[in-house]
Design a binder for this molecule. Structure first.
Ligand code: IMP
Length: 186
């Protein structure tokens, strides 16, 4: 078992590191370059899904070399470690989505219910284009289909924390993505 991550002691509640800080930064930079190429000549409206995407979004934005605006939307579907299956819109966009090139930025696609709901909701607002960018994807957990154009890492069906992802609002500030020890999830 690793006890250190990038020279810093591993959080005592974390069993192991799934993705190191260096792995994440390298992949986020690649994703930024790909998005920059794909949207050349366009202006993006980057939409962060609160709260899990904030750290990914802030790193990704700095790797996108294009004019872009930022907005946020907040949804809730999780309680502890399980999806409630009901998606609630807690905070809506301030910007109009109509006629804009929207890039939805998410931390993780799990059942797909959140992004499926959001995709349908935002499409009614007539954006010029709408693509999904998620740092993580757990394809084994999918209940509904989601087409994410940009995915950082496919991961196994394990509950992960860090780099914006939480367990009951904890661990978002860990610089790596790790799996919790079982008692920490109790
Ligand atoms: P979905 O609607 O089931 O796809 O879930 C998406 C949301 O569930 C994400 O934005 C996260 O907030 C949360 N989530 C899913 N899996 C995990 C995990 O392993 N760790 C932390 N949050 C997760």
């Amino acid at each position: 078992m690793r006890t250190e991550e990038g020279g810093a002691a591993l959080h005592p509640d974390v069993e192991r590191v799934l993705l190191s800080e260096a792995d994440i930064h390298a992949r986020v930079a690649e994703m930024g370059r790909q998005i920059t190429r794909d949207y050349a000549g366009k202006k993006l409206l980057v939409v962060g899904i609160l709260k899990g995407s904030v750290i990914f979004l802030s790193d990704l934005m700095r790797k996108i070399d294009l004019p872009c605006e930022i907005d946020f939307i907040c949804l809730k579907s999780y309680s502890g470690q399980s999806s409630t299956g009901v998606v609630q819109l807690l905070l809506d966009l301030r910007e109009s989505a109509e006629g804009r090139d929207l890039l939805l930025v998410e931390d993780i696609v799990d059942t797909g219910l959140t992004l499926n709901y959001l995709n349908q909701n935002l499409m009614t607002r007539k954006p010029k284009s709408l693509e999904i960018c998620s740092l993580l994807d757990k394809p084994d957990c999918r209940k509904v289909r989601v087409n994410a154009k940009y995915v950082g890492f496919k991961i196994p069906n394990e509950f992960v924390v860090g780099y914006g992802l939480d367990y009951n609002e904890k661990y978002r500030n860990l610089p790596y993505i790790g799996v919790l020890k079982t008692p920490a999830r109790g």
